[in-house]
Ligand binder design. Structure first.
Ligand code: BG6
Length: 514
């Protein structure tokens, strides 16, 4: 029988506290999207900007320039974007108004001259539209092009800023930030040739999810959880991002990345840091980043012993998802027929510090699993002594707190209660707080949030380079050992698509998904 549920209602709206700078005015600016003819622009960036526009959340004026190699006119660019939007997303009148702010500029990424032309175009538009020389350069291009494009932006003088924050220039980069420690440092060196750290915005869309932002509020705006949030009361922590999707049309990228680079280097590490970090002295971006950095620095290396004691890798074979047959990873278009790329990983890691000594953190992510679930499970210890043991036995299940990110955005706390009636029975009950209870519109799209934060100059939800390097420093030896391991085939456990992953992972995985 399912646990009885106690649903929380939002009954305290009159006590809502909002940030004092919530209504801060946004400066006019121009967003240049490199890779404008690509998937990310059409699927995420333009819909996010259009949505912000419809809700009057964008600065006035704002210019959007699509930049790409493809030859097309401004009108063709707008038509193309319109076609790729879902009909429900389009309000035709507002779309036409929105398009007044949309431009297109053909750019040859390899040609410095092309960037000088772009710079002239930007200057003209600035004068025409009064955008004050504020610019965001969004790299929605393959990572191999980041160095060239960043370099050419710098050479064209487009990274220069005015004094005292007047006229700013920012660059936004999507993961992957390198493919190991060395290449991450190389990329950073190129970015820093033209941009200062404060001008660089490294996106992790997980950080913009409402429920993930809420982790710090939940932990540090409440008094009752924090005293228990440590090795004395917590048995283990599970962090899972399971997906039903396969690799879609991204074989080229995924074959090089695998699940460790695709999910563990970024999203999983951010979830880990938010769960494990100490309270910053102030909710302010540098201080929050400092505390996350300390977590990354305290990770116990996995490669000091037998790596595969703490790491289970898998790859999906054919199977059934939602009653449809799906092919094995090795039969996906573009994938090598003998590929050893992992599509599943379960990592047990430890944080070597006072708070977390000996508490295992299980990080799990995989493609083509039975369900899409993203959640953090905090499993508390069992009661030290059961006064009910003579009647009920020793085995009373322990408290558990779940921070649900997908499919249910909620926080659930499970505890024991007496079942009503004359017989002595104990039963777990679950208290659920759901985000839906806060009303519609409570969860804006992650890309809307990151774009707004970048316009606002707020780094809180972005990666800082020291964090990138520390997480690569942890992962790189693991990747090296995996990739040079002669027995990788033996360590890569197949699992049928639509299952929960390799059987060997079940002992750790089962408690996290149940
Ligand atoms: C991306 C990964 O960063 O995150 C994808 O590259 C993955 O492989 C996606 O599917 C998962 O994001 P979400 O928001 O659907 O959990």
């Amino acid at each position: 029988m399912d646990n009885p549920k106690i649903i929380f209602k939002n009954q305290h709206r009159e006590n809502t506290l909002c940030a004092l700078n919530g209504g801060q005015e946004l400066s006019p600016c121009t967003i240049v999207i490199f890779g404008a003819s690509g998937d990310l622009t059409a699927r995420k960036l333009i819909p996010a900007l259009f949505n912000l526009y419809k809700n009057d959340r964008l600065p006035e004026p704002l210019t959007i320039i699509g930049a790409a190699r493809t030859e097309m006119t401004r009108q063709e660019f707008a038509n193309r974007l319109k076609e790729s939007m879902a009909p429900a997303q389009i309000d035709l009148k507002r779309w036409d108004e929105f398009c007044q702010n949309l431009y297109y500029q053909e750019v040859d990424y390899d040609s410095p001259h092309s960037f000088t032309v772009l710079a002239d175009f930007l200057t003209d538009l600035d004068t025409q539209r009064k955008t004050k020389g504020n610019r965001i350069f969004y790299l929605a291009i393959p990572p191999s092009l980041y160095p060239t494009v960043a370099d050419h932006i710098g050479q064209a003088g487009l990274a220069n800023e005015g004094v005292q924050g007047k006229q700013w220039s920012r660059i936004v980069v999507e993961k992957p930030f390198g493919r190991d420690l060395k290449t991450a440092i190389e990329l950073d060196t190129v970015l820093h040739k033209s941009f200062k750290e404060e001008q660089i915005y490294r996106i992790d869309h997980y950080l913009a999810k409402e429920t993930i932002q809420n982790i710090l509020m939940f932990r540090f705006a409440n008094y009752i959880f924090e005293p228990l949030w440590n090795r004395n009361f917590i048995d283990y922590i599970g962090i899972i991002a399971a997906e039903k999707l396969g690799i879609e049309h991204r074989a080229g990228y995924y074959e090089q990345a695998g699940v460790l680079r695709d999910m563990f280097q970024n999203h999983m590490k951010q979830l880990l840091a938010l769960t494990a970090m100490e309270a910053p002295s102030l909710f302010q971006d540098a201080r929050v980043q400092d505390e996350k950095t300390k977590v990354f620095r305290s990770l116990k290396p996995l490669t000091e012993g037998n790596l595969f004691k703490d790491l289970i890798l898998g790859q999906y074979s054919s199977g059934t998802i939602d009653r449809h047959k799906v092919p094995a990873y090795r039969n996906e278009p573009g994938v090598n027929a003998s590929s050893a790329t992992p599509t599943f990983a379960l990592m047990r890691l430890f944080i070597d510090n006072w708070r977390w000594k000996h508490v295992p953190f299980y990080l799990v992510s995989g493609k083509r699993l039975r369900e899409k679930i993203t959640r953090i499970v905090v499993q508390f210890k069992k009661v030290p002594h059961s006064m009910f043991r003579h009647v009920l036995g020793e085995d009373i299940s322990a408290n558990r707190l779940i921070i649900g990110i997908y499919p249910h955005e909620k926080i659930s706390l499970t505890f024991q209660t007496k079942t009503p009636g004359a017989r002595l029975c104990l039963q777990p009950a679950t208290m659920d707080f759901t985000y839906q209870s806060l009303g519609p519109g409570a969860t804006p799209d992650a890309y809307e949030k990151v774009l707004l934060d970048c316009i606002q100059g707020d780094h809180m939800l972005f990666w800082r380079q020291d964090g990138v390097e520390l997480t690569w420093a942890f992962l790189t030896p693991i990747l090296e050992e995996c990739e040079s391991c002669r027995d990788l085939a033996g360590q890569l456990h197949p699992y049928p698509a639509g299952s929960w992953g390799p059987k060997t992972a079940m002992k750790w995985l089962k408690p996290i998904i149940s």
